[in-house]
Structures are given as C-alpha cells and as structure tokens.
Design a protein around this ligand. Structure first.
Ligand code: 1HE
Length: 259
C-alpha cells in the first residue's frame, strides 16, 4: 500500500506523505517507500519538494512499531533513517520541504535533511522524544542541532514544548513563511527556480556547504577555492556569464519585485 504520492511538475518532483490516519507517522514501510521515491526524484527531477497531505506535515516516528524493537533492531533502524535522509541531503538535486501543522520528532528530522524549509502559519515544531522515553534517531542531533543550535535543541528535548513558525524562523529552522495553506505552492515555486540553476552549481551548493561548515576555517577556504574554480570553468558557467554580460540574462530582482 502506498503512503507517499509522487508527481512531476515540470522539472520538480513532489513527494507527499500520505498516511493521514496516522498523521503521516514514519513506519518502516513509509521509510522504505521514501527511499524508492527519493531515487526516482533524483533520476527524473532537477529539484524536489516534500510535503504532507492532511492536517500535519509529519508526526515523526511510528511509535506503535518502535515499542516492538530490540535495542539492536533500534540501532539498525536508526541507521536506516540516516541512510534514507542522507540520500536527500547528499544526493544530486536540491530538496525543499513545505511544512504545516505538526512537524515533530522524526518529521522535524526529515525536514532538517532537506536543503530549504518553507512553513505556513499553522506549522509547529517539537522534539517530544524526552516525553516518549526515547532519543532522536533520524539525524536531529547533527542536522537539527546545526540549524537551531545545541542550546535550543536541548531546551526542546528537555521540555517537550512546541514552538510556532515565528520562533522557528527566528531560530533558523525555516527560511520562509507563508499564510496558512501556502507553503507547498511557495516551495514548488522556489524549487522550480533552483531547478533552472546550473546542475553543477546546485551540486556544489548542497555538497560543499555542509562539508565546509565541518572544516577548520583555513581548510574551508581552501576547499571553497577548488569548488569555485571547478564550477566556474564549465561550458555552462561560461555561457551563463556571457549571457549576463550580453544582457540576455535576468538581473537580480529586489525582494518581491522587479529588477
Ligand atoms: C501516531 C503518531 C505517531 C499520531 N506514531 N501513531 N511523535 C510524537 O510523539 C507525536 C505524537 N503525535 C501527536 O502528538 C499528535 O498525534 C499530533 C500533534 C501529531 C496530531 O494530533 P491530532 O489530534 O491531529 O491527531 P491524533 O488524534 O493524536 O492522532 C491520530 C491518529 O494518529 C491516532 O491513532 P488512532 O488509531 O487513535 O486514530 C494516533 O495514535 C496516531 N498517531 N502520531 C504512531 N508518531 C528516528 S527517531 C524519531 C523519534 C520521534 O519521532 S519521537 C516523536 C514521535
């Protein structure tokens, strides 16, 4: 039974979590299906958007399945989450997430693996693992902690409290907000824009930035020079640079307006 919808809109793949009766909770079957559809999006699209059907983006780990796992099975299961979410973060194309309603636990971990997060006014964020007697296992201690900082993540995990979209924006979890119901269209619009970039640039952006962030400053600057030189000397970069110089390319527009 399918728990995720797949649709192409131009060059953008749309993956919709569709297990609404369980608030899009991620079971083993959902994770496996997600893995397959990530591969499909990576093969067919130039950018992708992941969103949730129903009233929430995602209620996180399927708690019903979790209680039945031994510690070793739990370890292997967490590593499967890392593998699947790693395919999003370090694949070939940029991924956007469109968030609304509950974006909690493993749902926030999934969103944290995407490269850009857009949320509407209904979105709320929490890491209720402490309340459930468990720990994050889908990459949050690395990815979510880097978005919001260790102190804020510790707060969310210790208290189990929810934060609203305004706070999430302030904390660096989401980079754009929309009115209720608007996150998906905005995410698709931004993903379509990213899909028009040179593929090599997108690849460099999504692969080099997180790696450079892990490096010492002097190593990071050195690697940046390599990536910069490599991307700038492709035929596509040359054509795009010439297009701008010959006034064939769009200027940088003011926010929300024309060039
Ligand atoms: C679930 C799950 C789930 C809902 N696993 N079944 N995540 C959590 O601790 C969040 C738990 N869920 C909630 O707090 C709420 O369900 C929501 C705030 C997300 C949504 O509330 P609401 O009122 O819209 O829905 P509901 O009535 O609570 O749930 C509807 C059904 O979905 C209900 O089942 P039903 O058979 O009684 O109809 C719920 O039991 C079911 N449901 N969430 C299983 N998560 C890799 S490590 C990651 C660690 C984590 O993610 S921990 C955080 C887990």
């Amino acid at each position: 039974m399918s728990h995720i919808t797949f649709e192409m809109r131009g060059d953008v793949a749309l993956l919709g979590l569709n297990r609404t009766a369980k608030r899009n909770a991620i079971s083993d079957a959902v994770l496996e299906e997600l893995k397959g559809l990530i591969a499909r999006a990576e093969a067919e699209a130039k950018a992708a958007v992941i969103f949730g059907h129903g009233p929430h983006f995602c209620a996180g780990l399927d708690l019903g399945e979790h209680v039945k796992k031994s510690p070793f099975e739990g370890m292997l299961n967490s590593r499967r989450w890392h593998d699947v979410f790693g395919r999003i973060q370090l694949g070939r194309i940029p991924w956007f997430s469109a968030l609304h309603g509950a974006t909690v636990g493993g749902g926030l971990e999934l969103a944290s693996a995407t490269h850009v997060r857009i949320a509407d006014e209904t979105a709320f964020f929490a890491l209720p693992e402490g309340q459930r007697g468990i720990f994050v296992g889908g990459g949050a201690s690395v990815r979510t902690a880097r978005l919001m900082g260790v102190a804020r993540m510790t707060d969310l995990m210790l208290t189990g409290r929810s934060i609203d979209v305004a706070t999430a924006e302030l904390w660096g979890i989401v980079s754009a907000r929309t009115p209720a119901g608007g996150a998906l269209e905005r995410a698709v619009e931004l993903a379509a824009q990213a899909a028009t970039n040179a593929e090599m640039s997108n690849y460099a952006i999504i692969h080099a930035l997180p790696r450079i962030a892990d490096m010492a400053a002097s190593d990071g600057l050195f690697v940046e020079s390599f990536v910069s030189a490599f991307t700038a000397h492709s035929p596509e970069a040359e054509e795009r640079l010439n297009a701008f110089l010959e006034k064939r390319a769009a200027k940088v527009a003011r926010p929300g307006g024309a060039a």
